[in-house]
Ligand binder design. Structure first.
Ligand code: COA
Ligand code: AMP
Length: 633
């Protein structure tokens, strides 16, 4: 079948408002919008102003009313705990409504924030939807972050309530959440009025008198009391959630997602981009703490009337590298979405792959990869192994949905390995040089998006229009800066090569090396440091800290190294995977004092590099090479 991509993209470009109004017809609105797009509203304009709607209604209630009451909505598959549980749309509505009643009893209402710090359990999804139901704004914090990171988010969002659990489960260890939560609350200036704690059997916790409440007790009581909470009408432009993501400093950026545009964009994506029909099963093997989890574990599949899988496990080791195949076969998954690193892990553990044989994957149609660059080798291995198309697609927390991909539902385009496809409707992607001029086709430059951003992309940062403008809109006026470097080829395919800032992608997790530097620099023995991302065969990138010790330092390097690793784990979290420290005498800098991180990264990755013209002392680069050589041997 010939792809309809060019026709559909052309339609959008010709009349974006008509295009999105048509897409919006797939959503149930309580009242219509005044305008499809108000160019003068907000920082760069707002979508569907004046309309009222409710995201939980569209994700849950309307399917219950529309004949999907007994269809599984959410399947929880947890190889790490040995549990499985399925919830129909009817049951999901009951769970969400009961929790919404509990939140209301705590005084949580429209516009109030609720922080959700949960492992991959169904209650995390209920919590998100319960907030959406009453118009509260959720902010989910990934469980692999440490107390200080959680505290930064609590401070910024100032939640009225927090929903958490006694523990999370990682291979070989139980992660006690409650001490992290207590420490985070004590570190933050903002104090929640109530914490709702889910007690997990693997490790229960003590509840703090007067502040903490048992999740199950209150929700069960609300359910037994027949409490029914209707879906509150909110404005399309009201925030649905805040999701913090790494910025260029330790202070995370609160990406805001609205209700209306978000629903329109995600619903449109499910068939047109992912080729999925209502009633089918979609599995995003990510975590609800990341944007992929928000969009493609929770909202998009539910808005589309699909069955979504909530997987609490790892691609390998829970119990083995066959677990993805088991989940696909057992739940008849039509499409899987994960990070390339997961497939690298499976391939390393089971290269042939023998663990696939016992499983019937005949219902499986497409694999989607995102979160980091999908290396062609891994893509080809996955294609050969699964015998289905493997789609690399590019997006960011900020956009909430793919910016570019091969749109499966519109009909696939010829595959170009190493490219995450072509821009999706809503995205006029261009490549500019540092002075803001367009570069010739095929030339590497700054990848930008012509404003306005489409429905579903961030309208601003939480309480910080100025930071939003400064970080994304001011460098290239009229454009959104993606902070990715890449190129567009003669057929309009994008190639995303690297970040232009200090963000790195570790196993598909977005982290700031600037944030890690702030922690490393606090060590009393460290005079100066630079943290860069270096290539890793499994995780794509891992952080590496180059440290210059004070002349007066007497501690031995081994001790300092262990302490630095522990500090980053303690302050940012284990997910930072900061495990490599390289002592150096000096850091290479330009004459104006800027650390030459890109050159250091090229040396570390054994890539070709050229001597920067502005370098202060070229001999230091040899010292860096030697120090890396010593640390590798
Ligand atoms: N709570 C507490 N700790 C967590 C955590 C959580 N939710 N998630 C991860 N961690 C910890 C891990 O236990 C590990 O700790 P360790 O240093 O003590 O071993 C550390 O953070 C790093 O975790 P992770 O990045 O998951 O690496 P891993 O070595 O445990 O597993 C992979 C490697 C490739 C299997 C794993 O990274 C993976 O599945 N990646 C896919 C990522 C993904 O889905 N990204 C979402 C974007 S689509
Ligand atoms: P996050 O906000 O965590 O989704 O991370 C967004 C960043 O991840 C992007 O800016 C890219 O640098 C990188 N990224 C995501 N998907 C891809 C992809 N398919 N190819 C290359 N880089 C990607």
């Amino acid at each position: 079948m010939a792809s309809r991509y060019h026709e559909v993209y052309g339609n959008w470009k010709q009349n974006p408002e008509e295009f999105w109004a048509e897409a919006a017809a797939e959503i149930d609105w309580f009242s219509p919008w005044e305008k499809v797009f108000a160019a003068r509203a907000g920082v760069y304009g707002r979508w569907f102003p004046g309309a009222t709607c409710n995201t939980c209604f569209n994700a849950v209630d309307r399917h219950v009313e529309g004949g999907r009451k007994d269809q599984p909505a959410l399947v929880y598959d947890s190889p790490i705990s040995g549990r499985q549980k399925s919830f129909t749309y009817g049951e999901l509505k009951d769970e969400v409504s009961a929790l919404a009643a509990v939140l209301k009893d705590f005084g949580v209402g429209k516009g109030d924030r609720v922080v959700i710090y949960m492992p991959m359990v169904p209650e995390a999804v209920f919590a998100m939807l319960a907030c959406a139901r009453i118009g509260a704004v959720h902010s989910v914090v990934f469980g692999g972050f440490a107390a200080r990171e959680l505290a930064a988010r609590i401070d910024d969002a100032a939640p009225k309530a927090i929903i958490s659990a006694s523990c999370g489960l990682e291979p070989g260890r139980v992660v006690a959440y409650k001490p992290l939560l207590d420490e985070a609350i004590s570190l933050s200036a903002a104090r929640p009025e109530a914490c709702l704690i889910l007690q997990r059997e693997e490790q229960r916790c003590d509840l703090t008198e007067g502040r903490d409440h048992d999740y199950a007790e209150l929700v069960n009581a609300a359910r037994a009391g027949g409490r029914v909470v209707p879906c509150a009408p909110v404005l399309a432009t009201d925030p649905l959630y805040i999701l913090y993501t790494s910025g260029t400093t330790g202070r995370p950026k609160g990406v805001v997602r609205d209700n209306g545009g978000h629903m329109v964009r995600l619903k449109w994506s499910m068939f047109n981009e992912f080729g999925i029909r209502p009633g089918e099963t979609f599995w995003a093997a990510s975590d609800v703490g990341w944007v992929v989890g928000h969009s493609y574990i929770v909202y998009a599949p539910l808005l589309h009337g699909c069955t979504t899988i909530l997987f609490e496990g790892k691609p390998v080791g829970t119990p083995d590298a066959g677990v993805f195949w088991r989940v696909i076969a057992e739940h008849n998954v039509a499409a899987l979405f994960t990070a390339p690193t997961a497939f690298r892990a499976i391939r390393t553990a089971d290269p042939d792959p023998e663990m696939l044989a016992p499983h019937d994957l005949s219902g499986f149609r497409t694999l989607f990869l995102a979160g980091e660059r999908a290396d062609p080798d891994t893509v080809k291995w996955a294609e050969k192994t699964l015998g289905v198309p493997v789609i690399d697609h590019w997006w960011q927390t900020e956009t909430g949905a793919p910016i570019s991909q091969d749109p499966v539902g519109l009909g696939m385009l010829p595959v170009k390995y190493g490219s995450p496809g072509v821009p999706m409707p809503g995205y006029d992607v261009q490549v500019l040089d540092d002075a803001g001029h367009g570069v010739p086709t095929g030339t590497l430059g700054n990848v930008v998006v012509k404003l306005p951003l489409p429905p579903g992309a961030l309208p601003t940062l939480w309480n910080d229009d100025k930071r939003f403008r400064d970080a994304y809109l001011s460098e290239f006026p009229g454009y959104y800066k993606t902070a990715d470097a890449g190129l567009l080829d003669e057929d309009g395919y994008l190639f995303i090569m690297a970040r232009t800032d200090d963000i790195i992608n570790v196993a598909g997790h977005r982290l700031s090396t600037g944030g890690m530097e702030e922690v490393v620099a606090e060590h009393p023995a460290v005079a100066e440091c630079a943290v860069i991302g270096i290539a890793d065969p499994l995780k794509g990138q891992v952080p590496c800290g180059f440290v210059v010790l004070h002349g007066k330092n007497t501690a031995d390097m081994g001790t300092v190294e262990r302490e630095l690793i522990a500090m980053v784990r303690e302050r940012i979290g284990p997910v930072a995977a900061f495990k490599k420290v390289v002592p150096v005498k000096r850091l290479p800098k330009t004459r104006s004092g800027k650390i030459l991180r890109t050159t250091m990264q090229k040396i570390a990755d054994h890539q070709e590099w050229t001597m920067p013209a502005t370098i202060d002392d070229p001999a230091i680069l040899d010292e860096i090479g030697e120090a890396l050589g010593r640390s590798e041997s």
